[in-house]
Design a protein around this ligand. Sequence first.
Ligand code: SF4
Ligand code: SF4
Ligand code: F3S
Length: 264
Amino acid sequence: METKKRIPVIWLQMQDCTGCSESFIRSSYPKVESVIFNMISLEYMEVLTAAAGFQAETSEQNVLKKYKGEYVLVVEGSVPQAAGYLTIGGRSGADLLREAAAGAKAVLTFGTCSSWGGIAKANPNPTGAQPAAAMLQGIPVIRVPGCPPIAEVMTGVLAHIVTFDQLPETDMLGRPKAFYRHRIHDKCNRRAYFDAGLFAESFDDPNLKAGYCLYKVGCKGPTTYNSCAEMRWNGGISYPIQSGNPCIGCSEADFWDNGPFYTH
Ligand code: SF4
Ligand code: SF4
Ligand code: F3S
């Protein structure tokens, strides 16, 4: 990996909570230090860029010109269409996104907000939020959804691009097949209980702790595509269902509107 050229990365934050950035910096394999120092050259990111204000904005403009056609654009957060929301350096988020996407080698939408619209797009969507892809017709966008995505899924997509110098294979919705080809339900540690018809009936049911299936308390695992049950979180330690919480479908479009998250 040390012999590969580091890929310039510009990371734009639109209407987001920074949770995707927070997840990214916790990558364990590869370590985020290895990603940042050996694989990519993180040219602009509001969370980690040392510069601020005009210096940061000028630096981004320089990178857009210097690495035109070479850099990867990461987008976190949804894009508001209504006027008056999200202005950075005096320019609208949509304007900044279109400008940066025009010269990008690839656009990666990290998180459910930039991939599908996320919480800002939830009914009644006061800002007119849209996913980044809706703004970028004609530009290939790789969706990496999750609220947030698993750290190693984000760094894994970047590692693929650096290693093979090509974009990962995606499904019909633009998600990398390597990480989104299975439903949570397909690999769930409670699946044997589902197949046996053994369900926790409520959150205070002792069988929930014993490992019974969470379908009857609202689990969306059967309709959710993500790697949580295979890769798990926090370096492979656990994931919501293993911890006793049903999957709420956080990597699926419009999951905030498709509640209730829990059933009693
Ligand atoms: Fe935050 Fe979730 Fe949106 Fe990421 S996808 S910015 S974690 S609300
Ligand atoms: Fe499927 Fe959810 Fe039950 Fe796991 S807990 S087997 S994902 S319904
Ligand atoms: Fe999200 Fe379900 Fe995984 S809620 S974190 S996709 S188990």
